[in-house]
Design a protein. Structure first.
Length: 322
């Protein structure tokens, strides 16, 4: 089987109009909208659906309040889709739509689906960053962005009580790869058909909760254009612009009325199966820099090291010596 990324997400929301306005301001192209919901389509072919929380077409909520109600993974072939149905049908109830989409729940309790996904390769503007000695841009201005227009539904993040149980489902049943771990925090995974650093991140918590979904833009200029538009329209970000050390992603998380946050992201690490997963200490992993740095936050020490082979469970990794 080959899962090639997130094909779509569905939210259950309290206020359709406010949630739709957020995603329009965020830069997602609106496909349809009425009093009961709205649909947005990204250039790669992925989509975002928002519906009222009591919409009967939505699965039961994973956690209290508004938020992500179903995450549908895209699959590259009919054969792979049938293989997933056979594998997961061994121990859980499945529902299959007329178009072949499979609906079920993972071992963390999240409603998930699987659908044939004719994904389109995203298109970038030529990258023309000038260094001090390497000049790529001569006698021309760099590209200017009037709006941010995310092209990729990159990853989703959830708080779960049992990280190992959730990770085991995706790695053993769906062929996901563990890419990195953060001690006492969680586990990054990528699906087998994508080179992203991660498409799914489980964070340890006492109660299940949706955290965020990330949308890929071309570069920091497009991100800042989107952030400026969001700020002008009254939307907020608790941390503002920053870069993670683990993943290398430049990020900005916007508080989202549909639930959790929505992340603008760019400049992620990309991986092959030759990648050596690491164990990161939380402070060092989370921030390389923040535009709005908290002076009370101590400077993190260099704390990252390769995980043993074979990759241990999250619980075992947390017990490894620092």
């Amino acid at each position: 089987m080959s899962i090639i990324g997130i094909e779509s997400i569905a939210y259950g929301v309290e206020d359709v109009a406010t949630s739709a306005r957020f995603f329009e301001d965020f830069g997602l192209p609106l496909a349809r909208r009425d009093d009961k919901g709205a649909d947005f389509h990204l250039a790669e072919g992925s989509s975002v659906r928002i519906r009222t929380m009591d919409d009967p077409t939505l699965p039961a909520p994973f956690a209290r309040g508004p938020g992500l109600r179903e995450l549908v993974w895209g699959v590259d072939t009919e054969q792979a889709l049938d293989g997933i149905a056979t594998e997961l049908g061994r121990d859980r109830a499945l529902r299959r739509d007329n178009d072949g989409t499979i609906h079920t729940n993972d071992d963390a309790g999240i409603a998930v689906g699987f659908r044939l996904y004719p994904r389109k390769t995203p298109q970038d503007a030529p990258q023309s960053e000038n260094g001090l000695a390497t000049m790529k841009r001569w006698n021309q201005l760099r590209k200017w962005y009037h709006v941010a227009r995310p092209q990729v539904l990159h990853h989703a993040v959830f708080f779960v009580p049992d990280v190992d149980k959730g990770v085991s489902f995706y790695t053993k049943r769906l062929n996901f790869r563990v890419t990195d771990m953060i001690r006492h925090a969680g586990v990054f995974m990528r699906c087998d058909g994508r080179p992203d650093h991660h498409n799914l991140f489980f964070i340890r918590a006492k109660e299940p909760r949706f955290n965020h979904v990330a949308f890929g833009v071309e570069n920091i200029d497009e991100m800042m254009t989107g952030l400026n538009i969001m700020q002008r329209n009254g939307w907020t970000s608790r941390e503002g612009l920053g870069r993670h050390r683990a993943t290398s992603i430049i990020f900005c998380y916007m508080d989202c009325p549909a639930g959790g946050t929505c992340e603008y992201m760019c400049d992620s690490d990309y991986l092959t199966d030759a990648w050596q997963p690491n164990l990161w200490e939380p402070g060092f992993a989370n921030y390389h820099w923040l535009a709005d740095w908290d002076a009370k936050m101590p400077a993190p020490e260099w704390k990252v090291k390769p995980l043993p082979t074979p990759v241990p469970s999250f619980s075992e990794a947390c017990a490894l010596p620092e």
